[in-house]
Design a protein around this ligand. Sequence first.
Ligand code: ATR
Length: 278
Amino acid sequence: MRITGRVSLYGVVGYPVKHSLSPVFQNAAFSHLGIEAVYVPFEIKPGDLEDGVKGLMLSGVRGLNVTVPHKEAVLQIADRISPEAEEIGAANTLKFSDEGVEAYNTDWIGFLRALEEVHRPDGASVLVLGAGGASRAVLYALRQVSAKVFLWNRTREKADRLAERFGARVVDAPEEALGEVDVVVNTTSVGLREDDPPPVNASLLKKDQLVVDLIYKETALLRAARERGCRVQNGFPMLVYQGAESFRIWTGCEPPVRVMKLSLLEFGYIPTDYSRTP
Ligand code: ATR
């Protein structure tokens, strides 16, 4: 792609952010559609968020993704917040317009699109593990499709609060609901470390259940689930779909999802069985 003075700038703000895979697939999408744009990471420390984001806006950046740890704090500096971001209490996408900073959340729709690849979400019964930021986006998505949701969290009070807000039944232990659900979704950070055990008693998983882990790798949970004959999905599809929806918001163009997925494979980001999805 030839870069001229008319290039549009996009990026992702986070701390840390150098590990982000978003530049890989967002630049692939721009290039595929012949849009003269560049997407880069911006490492902004928590205390510098407002100055950093406003500085990027004033420098002509058109839009940003927002990642850890800024997704909640960024709402404080938005001039307009979409109803979804408002309800989830977090934004992962900013668009700069004449009206200033517009904040959106595409995590929820990213989760839903990824789920739709492998399971019909409408009316599914789902056990959600965790009650942090990622869980709120998942619970919002599941409410949109009238799923029957069981919610477990290590700290029960947080689960109670989210269950009231999004409509879910809180369980004291994941095992209480494992036998009743079609889908299990791990939104906790258990699995990030190599030696983390599965967050549920995996021997109770049933063949043909779908087990989704939002972490971008084959976790102990996914390995155990696969051994039990379950279908599994890691966090890659959600990552791509949330980015695809951000791309749509910024450009108004249909995101080339297949190209975005393939770019991750091409760069060797080993999404194991993900390569089989279209
Ligand atoms: P995110 O934005 O990725 O959702 P978060 O808001 O910090 O991150 O939430 C982390 C989630 O992982 C929480 O549900 C947390 O449980 P608590 O609310 O009890 O803290 C969960 N979590 C983290 N470590 C855990 C562990 N060792 N066992 C079980 N749950 C854990």
